[in-house]
Design a protein around this ligand. Structure first.
Ligand code: HEM
Length: 230
């Protein structure tokens, strides 16, 4: 399995798979009658329903949190399943979280607020679910920018690893954002909260176990941080 995951060509189908939700959305937008003609009707493969803007917002928001969770799950899975090659996909998956987050944010500033930045700022300050979502998204920006090998080298492995722990804050902010915006059915935000909680707990347990080891063992094999291993 590990050698299968190490195949350099496997990144291509993984990339294409990650694009599927975006492709379905674009298909839905262009065929649902929303952009082309209002009266074509919802007879298509992806039906955006009566409120296409809400559909786009919900779909991009859902995929942002899903990709954040998948990215966070890479480290536990590679360790628990002894699949170190999984790390090759983490950067791509994290960048997809940012991609869907950007699409989500763009939907908001474009289709909800028509680029009225005064209104956007007022909304960020006023509605707490928007404030916390905004925080989650803003935190993803430095992570996306510094995701390259060059930035790891410039920042040094330790600083880079510290900065990239902000992905947990982003995921927690995303979950709170969702929990605060739902009006009745809280099942989905609770499911996401449980997943982020388990992943965070795993990290805390690993950290506690590591901190308890004698300093000689801890210092024995400092792992070099690269974009493939970080
Ligand atoms: C880490 C960043 C973010 C994540 C993970 C996230 C995630 C989500 C999720 C999961 C939903 C609900 C989807 C559903 O109902 O199935 C949602 C809805 C929404 N989000 Fe975000 N979001 C983020 C950032 C933002 C930002 C920055 C804004 C705007 C400033 C925003 C505005 C909205 C709006 C307006 C809705 C729809 C609310 C409604 O249904 O009334 N989100 N988001």
């Amino acid at each position: 399995m590990n050698s299968f995951l190490s195949n350099k060509w496997l990144k291509v189908p993984v990339f294409l798979l990650c694009m599927v939700p975006a492709a379905l959305l674009v298909w839905g937008i262009t065929h649902n009658g929303y952009i082309q003609s209002i009266d074509r009707g919802p007879s298509t493969f992806v039906d955006l329903g009566a409120d296409p803007i809400a559909y786009i917002t919900h779909s991009t928001g859902d995929w942002t949190i899903r990709f954040l969770i998948i990215t966070l799950a890479i480290t536990p899975f590679r360790k628990l399943l002894s699949l170190p090659a999984l790390i090759r996909y983490r950067r791509m998956l994290g960048l997809f979280a940012f991609f869907y987050g950007s699409a989500h944010f763009t939907t908001y500033i474009w289709l909800y607020q028509s680029f009225d930045f005064q209104a956007i700022w007022a909304d960020v300050a006023k509605r707490r679910f928007i404030t916390v979502g905004f925080l989650g998204f803003v935190l993803m920006i430095p992570l996306a920018i510094t995701s390259t090998k060059g930035w790891i080298r410039r920042m040094g492995g330790k600083n880079w690893t510290w900065l990239h722990r902000a992905i947990y804050v982003s995921a927690i902010a995303g979950v709170i954002h969702y929990a605060w915006l739902v009006k009745s059915d809280e099942r989905k935000p609770l499911q996401y909260a449980a997943m982020v909680g388990v992943l965070l707990l795993y990290r805390i347990v690993v950290w506690i176990i590591g901190a308890r080891k004698p300093p000689s063992i801890r210092a024995a094999r400092p792992a070099p941080v690269t974009s493939e291993t970080a």
